[in-house]
Design a protein around this ligand. Structure first.
Ligand code: ZN
Length: 147
């Protein structure tokens, strides 16, 4: 199995069985994200322990890439402090926007599967929506839009 197949399988799996799907109630912060280009909408709710994300959920309706990306994100950021989240967000941004044949940046773990999206520039916003929405929630803004 080559890397592309592996990446595709990760995306398909997380779309079919999204992790941390739902809503935390009560929560410390939440934000709604909207990607009008594709019609993806999602809500991120989280609980904080000091500076650390103690728990996170997402729900919404979107394409396979936006759902899989949000699912992968919730797995990756649970337990991280806000600096670590910002560093990971920067790596994801790099992975989504670098040249199609560039190797994924170090330290992405399973999120490396998102590099497959680079071949479809119109879908980059689908993959980045959950990260923008998380950033909005951490900044205690209510909404995020990719436009
Ligand atoms: Zn989409």
């Amino acid at each position: 199995m080559d890397l592309k197949d592996l990446y595709r399988d990760v995306i398909l799996d997380h779309n079919k069985r999204p992790r941390n799907f739902g809503r935390l109630d009560p929560c410390d912060s939440s934000a709604d994200g909207n990607n009008p280009l594709c019609g993806d909408r999602l809500t991120v709710t989280l609980r904080l322990a000091g500076d650390r994300i103690e728990d996170i959920r997402f729900e919404g309706k979107g394409c396979a890439i936006s759902t899989a990306s949000a699912s992968l994100m919730t797995e990756a950021v649970k337990g991280l402090d806000q600096d670590a989240v910002r560093r990971l967000h920067a790596l994801v941004h790099e992975a989504l926007t670098s040249a199609v044949d560039a190797p994924p940046p170090e330290g992405l773990g399973k999120l490396a599967a998102l590099t497959g999206v680079r071949e479809f520039p119109a879908r980059v916003k689908c993959a980045s929506l959950s990260w923008h929405t998380l950033a909005a929630a951490l900044a205690h803004r209510d909404t995020a839009s990719t436009e």
